[in-house]
Design a protein around this ligand. Sequence first.
Ligand SMILES: Cc1cc2nc3c(=O)[nH]c(=O)nc-3n(C[C@H](O)[C@H](O)[C@H](O)COP(=O)(O)O)c2cc1C
Length: 190
Amino acid sequence: MAKVEIVFFSAEGHTARQAKAVADGARGHADVRVWSLDADGNIPDMLWETLEKADAIIFGSPTHMGGPAWQFKKFADLSSEVWHQRGWQNKLAGGFTTSASTNGDKNETLNYFITFANQHGMLWVSLGQPAANKQENGPDDMNWTGANGGAMAISPANSDPSEAPRSGDLESARAYGARIAQMASRVEAA
Ligand SMILES: Cc1cc2nc3c(=O)[nH]c(=O)nc-3n(C[C@H](O)[C@H](O)[C@H](O)COP(=O)(O)O)c2cc1C
C-alpha cells in the first residue's frame, strides 16, 4: 500500500480537525500517518526518515498573517537538509489551510506549499473539486471557498474547533485526502 504522511501545525485545533478529515479520506486507499508540529515547530527526529519513505506528503497550517504559521516555516527551513539530498524528489504533495476570514489570504498559504513542494521536486496534487458558487450554496457545501490549489476551510474567529471547520470544508478535506491517496497508489503501482 502507498504511504501517505500528513505533517501539519495547529495552534488552536481547527487545522487539526481539517488534518483528521484529510487523513480519514486517505485511509482505505493508503497507509496514512498524521504528524503534528509542536508549539516550537519541532517534529520527532525519526520523522525525517519516515518522510523519505513516503509516496505522498500532505502539508497543513493555519493561515497566519497571510501565509503559513512560523512553526510550519521552521519545519520547511529544516527540510533544506533533505532538499540537498533530493530526498523528496518525485513524491506527491498536497496541502490544506484554515483561517478565520472567508478569504483571509488562504491562497497565499497554499501557494507557499506549492512553491515548497516545487523546491523539493515533488508533484503537486490540486484539489480537483468544483466550486460551490451558486446563490443557494453555503458552508455546508463542499468547496464553498472555491479553492483549487488545495483544501481550504473557514473557521470563524469566535468558533471552537468542535464547531469549525464546518461540514462542507471537512467533506472537501476528506475528498482531497482520498484523491491524493488514490494518486499515490497509482504511482506506486506504476
Ligand atoms: C497570529 C495569527 C495570525 C492570523 N492571521 C490570519 C490571516 O491572515 N487570515 C485569516 O483569515 N485568519 C488569520 N488568523 C486566524 C486563524 O487563521 C484562525 O484562527 C485559524 O482557525 C487557526 O487555526 P488553528 O485553530 O489550527 O490554530 C490568524 C490568527 C493568528 C493567531
